[in-house]
Design a protein around this ligand. Structure first.
Ligand code: IVH
Length: 667
């Protein structure tokens, strides 16, 4: 194909595909099959490879994202990104209306919108073409997440028609539908990854992922609700949003113009009930003065506009019967009472179980089996019991018997002073604790053993192949192959992964042991301070608490661990297996030379990896931060530092140092 023909076809295909994206993702009215769509996409991909000179970042082919890792650059918002003040009841809402009327000296029609529960985004368009997408950040500066935004198919890369302003910004909410959220969590469960708490966190986390092709797979969506610019089509916010819809943006159909606050209140009451039927979360209603000139007249306070307010819904709460209480033993031996409930529908899903946290919780509520309890979904995955209806209690109520022995191993439970939870002390021979310890041991931030997941550990333990973490190092490939869903290749990967884990640095090994209260940071501090396991195991209480950030509780736990026979045995076996129990030479270097200084690392380096440099900064008392701001002291710059980072550093006048200069600082 000759060039002229190619560019013609490329443009044709891009336009067509963009049209189908809009039909599918914005209007939910597809006009061609997925198959036909794919054929067109493939044709375009092929042409773009053949004629790379016609590359366009906004091409539909770019919506699959890239697996290049990127760092987000902070950019200043052209218009500050403020938030809204909240109201929680009708009275506060009417106060808002009175303020507005008093300032304007007349009534003002309002626009009522759903308050989408996701993460805010500002999109810039020039001449109908998508330019960039910026998160809220601190309102003044946000992260440039353009590459990730391109993967959200309901966001148009090219606008339809021609009556849009040359330049404008449109703001909206990036969110995850219930469907996409459940799909994601199901996948995470299968992979043994921790579950996402709610769609909002999932959306915000996804948008900040470093790898845009992963973002593309997560099904983010976006509703737009606020247009900013010099030459907007209308003085009416409502009309502007209607126009945005015509240009191809996804604008909610649940928008209503209200002539007065009574109509606003009706809208709120309607959606307070109806919201459970939406396929995504909303956490309230946003009320805005429709006229832009009136908005200008009202202006802003330092934090939020005077022309808009949000009305927040109360967390949804349902009543149901408490059927029984189970007791779960966690990885650390902590006992959690879990309520089994008469199944009830709550904010988008059926709830059968709820957490009761600890014995106090049961006592405070004076809870009994067969009581009517109130359940809410909070920030956590598992809903919680927030109250009990004592008045409706009858003869059927049965006392809850709080266990005194571990339901898994029979050991007598203990409850230490000042602690809310009961514990099973049988750390080394209570099955969930052993399995939990192994799972923690192999996890990414600990020994990071490839190919091993929760299910496999479960299986290996149940089949008696391993009894504790030391057993991993005695495993043979032949023992693994017969396991369900295993096979030669996976077994080999696991064995190789276990072998490779012997090179894991001491501080990670220490973290991997799962000593109570010894998290990642504490492990790093202890490793740096004591340098090897022998010093650490002999350290006295005083030695331990002398280390920065190590308190009584941690010190006691460390001492207890190294005094116990099981702890000693385990370490001995792991030593024989060849694990690292000594800090690397170059990690020992430590001082307070960088105290109070914050560093941003960017680029690639010759002598150390970025992670090693991070450790060096911390070991020498400095702080490593992710993005450049006016508060950054130094940029530790290597090769191939991103151009926009460079620009920002120069603009803010932040000192840039190279690897050698940095090493000199800590020498
Ligand atoms: S308007 C200056 N409209 O709620 C007014 N915000 O605290 C800008 N939100 O940051 C916001 N749905 O992330 C507006 N229909 C809606 C919204 C909405 C959700 C979010 C947004 C904003 C926060 C306000």
């Amino acid at each position: 194909m000759i060039r002229e023909e190619a560019i013609k076809r490329i443009q044709e295909l891009r336009q067509e595909l963009e049209y189908h994206n809009h039909k599918y993702y914005v209007l939910a009215q597809p006009v061609i099959s997925d198959y036909d769509y794919d054929i067109k996409l493939k044709e375009l991909q092929k042409l773009e490879i053949e004629f790379p000179e016609f590359f366009d970042p906004n091409s539909p082919t770019q919506r699959v994202g890239s697996d290049r890792n990127m760092e987000f650059i902070q950019v200043k918002h052209k218009y500050e990104m403020l938030s809204l003040s909240n109201t929680y009841n009708e009275g506060e809402l009417r106060d808002f209306d009175n303020r507005v009327q008093k300032l304007l000296m007349e009534t003002a029609p309002y626009v009522c919108e759903l308050k989408f529960d996701g993460t805010a985004i500002g999109l810039t368009y020039e001449n109908g073409v998508f330019i960039k997408g910026i998160t809220r950040g601190d309102g003044e500066f946000g992260d440039d997440v353009t590459a990730n935004v391109r993967t959200i198919k309901s966001i148009p890369m090219k606008l339809i028609g021609d009556n849009f302003p040359d330049e404008f910004e449109i703001r909206g909410e990036i969110f995850m539908s219930h469907f996409a959220f459940e799909k994601l969590n199901k996948q995470r469960e299968e992979n043994g990854d921790p579950l996402m708490v709610n769609p909002r966190n999932a959306a915000a986390g996804t948008l900040k992922m470093q790898n845009s092709s992963a973002v593309a797979q997560r099904g983010l969506d976006c509703y737009l609700y606020y247009m900013l610019g010099e030459k907007l089509p209308s003085d009416s916010h409502f009309e502007n949003l209607r126009n945005a819809g015509l240009w191809g943006f996804k604008v909610s159909e649940h928008i209503k113009k209200a002539q007065n606050i009574d109509e606003v209140w009706q809208f709120i009451q309607y959606w307070d009930k109806e919201r459970i039927n939406l396929p995504y979360d909303i956490d309230g209603i946003v009320i805005k003065v429709d006229s832009l000139s009136k908005q200008r007249q009202l202006g802003f306070t330092s934090k939020s506009p005077r022309w808009a307010i949000s009305y927040k819904f109360k967390a949804e709460r349902v009543a149901t019967k408490l059927l029984s209480v189970d007791f779960q033993v966690g990885r650390t031996g902590a006992i959690t009472p879990v309520a089994n409930l008469d199944p009830v529908f709550l904010s988008g899903s059926t709830v059968k179980r709820a957490s009761l946290h600890n014995a106090d919780q049961i006592a405070i509520f004076d809870l009994k089996i067969n009581d009517l309890v109130y359940v809410e979904k909070g920030g956590e995955i598992i809903p919680k019991i927030v109250g009990v209806d004592l008045e409706s209690r009858d003869q059927s109520a049965i006392e809850i018997f709080y266990i005194t022995e571990c339901p898994e191993c029979g050991a007598e439970l203990i409850r230490e002073e000042g602690e809310a939870k009961h514990y099973c002390p049988n750390e080394f021979s209570c099955p969930p604790q052993i399995k939990g310890k192994i799972q923690h041991f192999i996890s990414r931030k600990a020994m990071n053993i490839d190919g091993l997941g929760e299910e496999t550990i479960d299986l290996m333990y149940t089949k008696g192949l391993i009894k504790d973490i030391t057993g991993l190092y005695d495993l043979k490939k032949e023992q693994l192959v017969p396991l369900e869903r295993m096979g030669e290749k996976s077994a080999e990967n696991i064995i190789n992964g276990i072998e490779a884990s012997k090179n894991t640095p001491f501080e990670k090994v220490l973290f991997a042991l799962g000593i109570r209260f010894v998290g990642e940071t504490v492990a790093k501090k202890l490793a740096a301070a004591f340098e090897n396991i022998d010093n650490l195991s002999q350290a006295s209480f005083e030695d331990l608490i002398a280390v920065d950030e190590i308190g009584d509780r941690i010190a006691e736990s460390v001492i207890k661990y190294f005094k116990s026979d099981s702890g000693k045995n385990l370490i001995d076996k792991l030593k024989v297996a060849g694990l690292k129990f000594q800090i690397e030479e170059n990690n020992i270097q430590k001082s307070n030379k960088l105290e109070g200084k914050s560093f941003v690392i960017s680029g690639v380096f010759e002598k150390y990896s970025r992670d090693e440099l991070k450790d060096l900064i911390i070991l020498n008392g400095g702080k490593n931060v992710g993005s450049i701001s006016a508060k950054t002291d130094f940029i530790l710059a290597g090769d191939k530092m991103g151009p926009s980072k460079l620009e920002k550093a120069e603009k803010l006048g932040i000192k840039m140092i190279g690897e050698d200069e940095f090493l000199e600082m800590i020498k």
